[in-house]
Design a protein around this ligand. Structure first.
Ligand code: SAH
Length: 365
């Protein structure tokens, strides 16, 4: 595992697993216990320094200090949508900008997390793809997004669901993703239930197989088309892992025994929203226990692509539902702050407010 040492040789504490931390602090005495204490301070209490860990013996604290640093993302701004959706702009240590989106929906509060700076998948309809891949995010950067946002929430409010649907292709950053997900799921760290963590992918088949082998999280697959030619036209990944290969893998994944795979289907007017597409989609889903999530395209000035009418989306959904396929329409959230699907990467920090300061200033916070 990469440890991301700084120039002074200290390691990124938040990119390490508890076992790795234990191995690094040999010689402090009671390593297992000390490592767990520091780990909980960092992930459960949001500690910024080892100095503040006042139940850890001074000598052990000094060893931690010598060997590790505790990284944080710098929050550059927060944009709030009229619909309650909030977008966080973060700056990494080396100056890249990434984003997370917090989406309240009834009794759910879903956090959409980024996994890379930019993305290498180059799906033609997606704005994040325009950036290309700048770099993979470290485990600490993937896990700091929920940690730091959680710290700013009002008492009694908590993030209920996490979706890896922000910038980047999570499975292209496999090792760092898995390390971060361990932190998400560990009861000694962020403590999310695996039922409430979803990884979304363009369909990197070998990595999908590997992921379900090591972690019990939910899987979402961006399908977006009903024929090979159509999919290859907008998702270059289809030339490497065809839809046929992808669907066959989905049929065989052991995950199907206890969970449903979600297929995301971005609806683009005149491209993949015909009734023939709906009928083909029903056929493609045969024999699988799935959910389809229709995402009406979020228009933007950089693309000619149009969003289908609500009536068309409804008719399309009806074909699926009548054929017995579970199918929902993703409501569009945060469009006014460019926080909706496919819009991440074009940040406009002008209207940023100091969300954290404001939330902290509220009575009872
Ligand atoms: N790379 C992963 C994770 C990103 S999820 C994946 O593709 O699954 C982002 C989702 O938004 C994907 O389902 C993508 O197909 C969809 N999307 C991209 N641009 C969009 C747009 N303009 N409108 C609606 N959905 C879009």
């Amino acid at each position: 595992m990469p440890r991301y040492p700084r120039a002074d040789g200290r390691l990124d504490f938040k990119s390490l697993t508890l076992d790795e931390i234990r191995a690094e602090i040999e010689g402090v005495g009671s390593e297992d216990f000390r490592a767990l204490q520091a780990y909980k301070w960092v992930w459960q209490r949001g500690a910024r320094t080892f100095a503040e860990m006042n139940n850890i013996a001074k000598g052990a604290r000094a060893t931690f200090e010598e060997r590790f640093y505790i990284p944080f993302l710098e929050c550059e701004g927060v944009l709030e949508s009229g619909d309650g959706t909030t977008k966080f702009l973060w700056k990494t240590e080396d100056g890249w900008q990434i984003e997370s989106v917090l989406i309240p929906d009834g009794d759910r509060l879903t956090l959409c997390v980024s996994s890379q700076v930019g993305c290498a998948m180059a799906c033609t309809f997606c704005l994040t793809g325009d950036l290309g891949l700048k770099r993979h995010l470290r485990p600490s950067e993937i896990a700091n997004q929920p940690l730091q946002i959680r710290a700013g929430l009002l008492a009694g409010t908590r993030i209920t669901n996490v979706v890896m649907m922000g910038m980047g292709e999570p499975l292209h950053n496999f090792d760092n993703l898995v390390a971060a997900l361990h932190t998400y799921l560990s009861e000694d760290a962020l403590g999310f239930s695996h039922r409430r963590v979803t990884v979304s992918t363009v369909g990197l088949v070998p990595a999908m197989r590997k992921l379900v082998d090591v972690l019990p999280v939910n899987l979402a697959v961006s399908l977006n088309a009903t024929t090979e030619a159509q999919r290859s036209a907008v998702m270059p990944v289809n030339r490497k892992h065809s839809m046929a290969e992808l669907l066959e893998a989905c049929r065989e994944l052991p995950i199907l025994q206890h969970k449903r795979i979600t297929f995301e289907y971005v609806m683009m007017a005149g491209f993949n929203d015909s009734m023939d597409d709906a009928a083909r989609l029903v056929e493609l889903m045969r024999g699988m226990k799935v959910k389809i999530n229709l995402i009406p395209y979020n228009e933007n000035p950089a693309r000619e692509i149009r969003r289908p009418t609500d009536a068309r989306v409804y008719d399309f959904q009806t074909v699926l539902v009548q054929a017995g396929v579970q199918c929902s329409v993703r409501s569009t959230r945060g469009i006014d702050i460019s926080a909706a699907c496919g819009q991440l990467g074009k940040a406009d920090p002008r209207s940023a407010t100091d969300w954290f300061a404001r939330v902290r200033a509220q009575p009872g916070a």
